[in-house]
Design a protein around this ligand. Structure first.
Ligand code: MRU
Length: 350
């Protein structure tokens, strides 16, 4: 299961598992250039903050492969083209800007494009394999936190959107905690939010939970208040697309609603995300650009019209959860209590 990979680099080509077709079709899309990589990110062939970042690294390598002559300004232009593919997940610019640093240093050393291409490929492969170790650390921190806050028994957990191997390359962040807890025999049941309108919960999280044989139910987001009031959930784990300096967190739309409901019923609410999801350049969540996606994602389902012809829809793809509603942020460097203003800086050390 951990060897199941949504991003494969083979024979100078990038293969992405087409997540738009899951769970009923498992098909890979072959990609050979920057433009098609960026389009695959925009169209959500590949999605989930960490996987968007990893994919972009290989896209930059494909771009370098096609260049006869390289200079810093051409590299910057190509990097910016990639970063424009999706606005909210900071992992995209985090990884692409690291590619730019590699490019710049390589050019300063008068290196050949073919060598730079190899450097970027090995950089991408290293990020995916290191993410497995990082996710394992986060999963262990999450497990210990549950032992402390919920106690020594089996747990009823809830999650929103998709944060497993499909979003992260391997194991997962929030779903990594759940999967790790399951392996330790600690999970009684998981509730996966369907995650309207793109249905990452119904299509992707349910697919991953099924593969791991973790007992689960899909619930509509609107059921959260009822389910939490009935004691059906001991703790909630979600991922992040961008975490501001004060701990405000952008994640899939509906996350903030869930955090407000969790706060009302006093259910612990955790964000699990690698350091690549932190944006310490912004003071708070109001500075995060929220991606607006097409009306058709709401008014239609798989090309079948649901709403009246000409119906208008508004489709913000993310929202921002106030740090005051977050019990803890778990990253590979440790546990952050967002109520403590300076802790994020101390732990993340960016
Ligand atoms: O629009 P998506 O499917 O890319 O959004 C994904 C999410 O919001 C995830 O919860 C987030 O990226 C964290 S992934 C570990």
């Amino acid at each position: 299961m951990d060897t199941y990979r949504p991003i494969i680099w083979n024979e100078h080509k990038l293969f992405l598992l087409d997540q738009r077709l899951l769970p009923h079709e498992e098909k890979f899309v072959e990609i050979t250039n920057l433009q098609d990589t960026a389009r695959a990110i925009t169209d959500m062939v590949v999605r989930g903050a960490p996987c968007i970042g990893f994919t972009a690294i290989f896209g930059m390598a494909l771009w370098v492969k096609d260049q006869k002559l390289l200079d810093v300004s051409l590299c910057r232009k190509a990097c910016d083209e990639m970063i424009a593919a999706r606005p909210t997940a900071v992992n995209l610019s985090f990884e692409v800007n690291r590619c730019f640093e590699i490019m710049k240093n390589h050019l300063l050393e008068n290196g050949q494009p073919s060598e730079l291409y190899k450097k970027l490929i090995s950089f991408g492969e290293r990020q995916i394999s290191e993410s497995h170790q990082k996710n394992t650390i986060m999963a262990e921190i999450g497990l210990n936190e549950l032992l402390k806050t919920v106690g020594d028994r089996k747990w009823k957990l809830m999650t929103h959107c998709n944060t497993g191997f499909l979003a992260c390359g391997s194991l997962g962040t929030a779903l990594g905690v759940i999967s790790h807890a399951h392996k330790k025999g600690r999970v009684e049941h998981v509730i996966a939010d369907e995650t309207r309108p793109y249905m990452q919960g119904t299509r992707l999280t349910a697919f991953e939970l099924s593969k791991e044989k973790i007992p689960y139910s899909i619930a509509v987001e609107g059921a959260a208040s009822y389910l939490l009031s009935q004691g059906k959930v001991d703790a909630i784990f979600v991922g992040a697309d961008r975490i501001a300096r004060n701990g405000d967190t952008a994640n899939k739309v509906g996350t903030s609603t869930l955090a407000i409901v969790a706060n009302h019923y006093k259910i612990p609410f955790y964000v699990v995300a690698p350091v690549s999801s932190f944006d310490t350049s912004i003071p708070d969540g109001s500075h995060i650009e929220i991606e607006m996606r097409s009306m058709a994602e709401i008014t239609e389902l798989k090309g079948v019209k649901l709403a009246p012809d000409q119906a208008h829809a508004i489709n913000p793809s993310f929202d921002v959860t106030d740090h005051k509603l977050i019990t803890g942020i778990i990253c590979e460097k440790g546990f952050i209590n967002p109520a403590n203003k300076d802790e994020l800086f101390k732990v993340v050390n960016l």
